[in-house]
Design a protein around this ligand. Structure first.
Ligand code: MEV
Length: 327
């Protein structure tokens, strides 16, 4: 008692981003690599201490290193989306006097890269407060907390980030229904940080305006995205990685047609494909952010990550379709 801890990881979207906001299917993959996680420690403040929030945003890629810039530290009141989680859980604890709480959040998930950093932070805070307050929240209650914070931050959020940042397996979300898709062969995903990005809120709003201005465009996009995602699911279940890779690249082209890619993400996709990836695409909200590339084996993924670092100066993480424990 007196303190609590919590953790959550980043995620990427393999297929179906943006379409999932309108109920179409999307497939997400957790990125639980070291350095792509959010960790929280919280406690009731001691006598005379200022109630507050301290966030340490680690430089992306690895926890620390001699050539990396120092972490970015923010202090002050708890940000809006997280404040929502904190007040909801303090109320839920039915404490007679609502105490303040000190929160230390350390995140290696870079923000605005489509990696689900806001959901990972909200989930880590939720778990830490659950621990501090002894609430023993169900996974549904945790999801509700994270999702309410996501809605506050993004305006409109499908819920896929809130789900995937707490899952060890790929997550399929379709029409509000969540399931675990079949994976017929292991594959490796190289996650490439383009170094800049935009907020998901901005990207979702841009697309909404564009659909409103072009009648029929939304339906065409949803049909195309749904077909690609369902085809990708069949490829993944059947262990046909090269075919899955082509779906990823097709998905990139589809999103590029909507103006969601940038010169940088387009050129990183090209570089990954030239470097031997089975497929590559932007991932998440877009307008910058991360690119993902599919490789069949760990050595191939490592070689691709090394090539991209050498030739484009980008940091990469690798994650796999199937986690070791599930073999
Ligand atoms: C963000 O990871 C994916 C989007 O589809 C937004 C959402 O699903 O809420 C762009």
């Amino acid at each position: 008692p007196g303190s609590g801890t919590g953790t959550a990881h980043g995620k990427v979207i393999l297929l179906g981003e943006h379409a999932v906001v309108y109920g179409a299917p999307a497939l997400a993959l957790p990125v639980p690599s070291l350095g792509c996680r959010a960790r929280v420690a919280c406690r009731f403040p001691g006598e005379g201490r200022v109630v507050g929030f301290r966030m340490v945003q680690l430089p992306p890629g690895v926890p620390s290193g001699p050539f990396l810039p120092p972490p970015h530290i923010t202090e002050g009141p708890i940000p809006e989306g997280l404040h929502m989680v904190v007040s909801a859980l303090l109320r839920r604890a039915e404490l007679q006097v609502l105490p303040g709480v000190d929160i230390l959040l350390e995140s290696g998930v870079p923000p605005a890269r489509g990696l689900g950093s806001s959901a990972a932070c909200a989930r880590a805070v939720t778990h830490a407060l659950d621990d501090l307050l002894g609430l023993q929240l169900s996974s549904e209650a945790v999801f509700e907390c994270v999702q309410s914070s996501e809605t506050a931050v993004h305006g409109q959020a499908s819920g896929i980030d809130a789900l995937a940042t707490g899952s060890r397996r790929p997550v399929l979300l379709a029409g509000g229904h969540v399931s675990t898709p079949a994976v017929g062969a292991d594959g490796w995903i190289v996650v490439v940080d383009s170094g800049s990005g935009a907020s998901t809120k901005e990207a979702v709003a841009m697309l909404r305006d564009s659909f409103a201005a072009h009648p029929g465009s939304r339906e065409r996009f949803l049909d195309h995205s749904t077909a690609l995602t369902l085809a990708g699911l069949r490829s993944m279940a059947g262990g046909r990685l090269a075919e899955l890779g082509r779906r990823l690249t097709d998905c990139h082209q589809l999103l590029a047609g909507l103006g969601l890619t940038t010169e940088r993400t387009d050129s990183l996709v090209d570089a990954a494909l030239t470097g031997g990836a089975l497929g590559a695409k932007m991932s998440g909200g877009g307008l910058g952010g991360c690119v993902i590339a599919l490789a069949a084996t760990e050595p191939e993924a490592d070689a691709l990550a090394a090539l991209l670092l050498r030739e484009h100066g980008v940091r990469c993480w690798t994650t796999r379709l199937v986690r070791e424990a599930e073999h």
